[in-house]
Design a protein around this ligand. Sequence first.
Ligand code: G6P
Length: 368
Amino acid sequence: ATAEKGGYEHFMLKEIHEQPKAIRDTLAGRVKDGLVDLSQDLSFTEAELKRFDKIHFVACGTAYHAGLIGKSVVEKLTGIPVEVDVASEYRYRDPIITPSTLVVVVSQSGETADTLAALREAQQTGAKVVGITNVVGSSVAREADEVLMTWAGPEIAVASTKAYTTQLIAIYLLGLYLARILGTCSETELSDATQALVQLPEQVEKLLQDPVAIQRVAGEIAQHEDLFFIGRGLDHAVVMEGSLKLKEISYIHSDAYAAGELKHGTLALIEEGIPVIALATQKAVYEKMVSNIIEVKARGAYVLGLGLEGDTELGKSVDEVITIPDTRPLFTPILSVVPLQLLAYYTSTARGLNVDKPRNLAKSVTVE
Ligand code: G6P
C-alpha cells in the first residue's frame, strides 16, 4: 500500500512533499519575460479588469484560509478593497454584490455545496466569478465565468496541504496580474516580486529536508489536549490554517489568535506548560510579536517560535526555534505553513491516529 503512496507512509506526507512540484506546475506557463501573465487563463479584457471596484473571496475550510491571505495580497498589490467570507455565511448575510464586484471562489474539489451555492448567487446578482479549483471539469470549473486552475494533482488525504499552497500561488498570480494591468505597482516592483515567487518551490524543498525539530515538538504537544497558535498579519491567517490542520488529524483542541488580541481574553488560559506555536515572520510587526511571545513565556508557556532564517533574536525568548528561508513578507505563508503541516502530521502519528481519514470529516462536503 505504500507503493501508491510513493513510498511514504501516508498520503498526507506524500502530498506535503509534492508541494515543490505542485507549486512549479501551478506557476508553469504563467510567468513570461519575468512578469505574470494570465491572459491564457482569464479572458477578461483590460477594460473589464479595470472596472472591478471590490473583490470577494468565498470558500470553506482550508480554501477559506487561502482567501484570508488573498485579502492582504490583493489589497496590497492593487488597492482594491477585498472581503473574505466562509461560503456558508456569505449566502445568508446579504453581501453587497454589484456588477462591478469580482467574486473569487476557491475550492480544491470544485464540488463543495456551500461554495457552489455562493458562486451561483453571485452570478445571479450580475457579478463575475473566478473559480480557483484543482479539479478539471468540476462544478466550479464548469460554472465559474473564468477559471484559474491549481495544478496540485489529486489530493487524497482529507487534510489539505498541496491544494492550499497552490491556492496561494494562484492568488499571488492573480494579484500580480491585476497589479500589472491596473498599473498599481511599478514594473521593478512586479519583476522583483515575480522573481521571488518563482524561487518558492526550491525554498519549500529546502524546508522539507530536516523535520527533526518539528518531530521533537510534535512529541511534546501530542501529550496535550489544548494549545494555542499566535501570529500577526499574514502570520495570523497562517496560524488559523495550522490550527485547523492540527485539529483535523490530531483531535487536539487549539485556537489561533491574532497575537495582539491575547490580552483581551485568551491570556487567562495561558498557564505552566501550555504549548504555544508563535509565528514571527512578518518584519513590520516583528517587535510587537516578540513582546507577545514574552508575555506567554512569562506565564510558563512552552513556546515554539517560527521565524525567518538569520533571526538570532527569537531563540532567546522561546523553547524551540524553526526558521524558514527569507522571502518577501507577502510570500512567507507558502513557507511558514509547511512546518505547521508537518507538525500536525507528526502529532497525529505520535498519537497513533488515522492521518489520512480523520473521524467525522470528508474530503469534499457536497451537502449543505
Ligand atoms: C472539507 C475538507 C477540507 C476542505 C474543505 C473545502 O471540509 O475536509 O480539507 O478545505 O472541505 O473543500 P474544497 O474542495 O471546497 O476546497
